[in-house]
Design a protein around this ligand. Structure first.
Ligand code: SME
Length: 161
């Protein structure tokens, strides 16, 4: 059974710990949806000040809603559109301190004020994105980006094995 652990309050140590928790959760499971669902639940109980965390998966040249925690969200996002479609087009993380200033931002939850989107790409194969929204501006910084990219790497390894 998963135990909600006492994280220490030290952000770096806690990110390292939650990444190990993910590693343990996905170690013996090959089903992608199951692993993404647990990853979304794990991040939801770990990160503070967030209102949505989940995945969009690349299907037939667009992003389609996958496992998530939060309010019901937009189902399909075209290539290059919104923060998620931009992360796929540019193949790099989008760190958005204020979604109101991001041209073409797609508002699924009116609470969202800042956002981070990490593309999940295995060599040349697009898998999808990890998308996290916050109800406060400037919620995510380079430390979040660094560790969430590592978190995404652990997931990618599980997905492709
Ligand atoms: N804001 C995203 C859409 C997805 S929701 O945040 C869940 C975007 O602009 O791509």
């Amino acid at each position: 059974m998963f135990q909600t652990s006492a994280y220490t309050g030290d952000r770096v140590k806690d990110y390292e710990f939650v990444t190990k928790q993910l590693d343990a959760l996905v170690a013996d499971e090959k089903d992608m949806i199951a692993n993404l669902a647990n990853a979304a639940a794990l991040l939801n109980q770990f990160l503070d000040h967030i209102n949505w965390v989940g995945f969009y998966l690349w299907k037939e040249d667009q992003l389609v809603l996958g496992p998530f925690q939060g309010l019901p969200a937009c189902i399909r996002i075209p290539y290059g559109k919104g923060v998620c479609g931009t992360a796929i087009k540019e193949q790099k993380t989008q760190l958005v301190p204020d979604v109101n200033l991001f041209p073409g931002h797609i508002a699924c939850d009116s609470q969202s004020q800042s956002e981070i989107v990490i593309p999940l790409i295995d060599k040349d194969r697009i898998i999808g994105v990890l998308d996290i929204d916050s109800p406060i501006k400037d919620r995510f910084d380079e430390t979040d980006q660094y560790y969430l990219e590592k978190f995404a790497d652990v997931l990618l390894k599980a997905i492709k094995s």
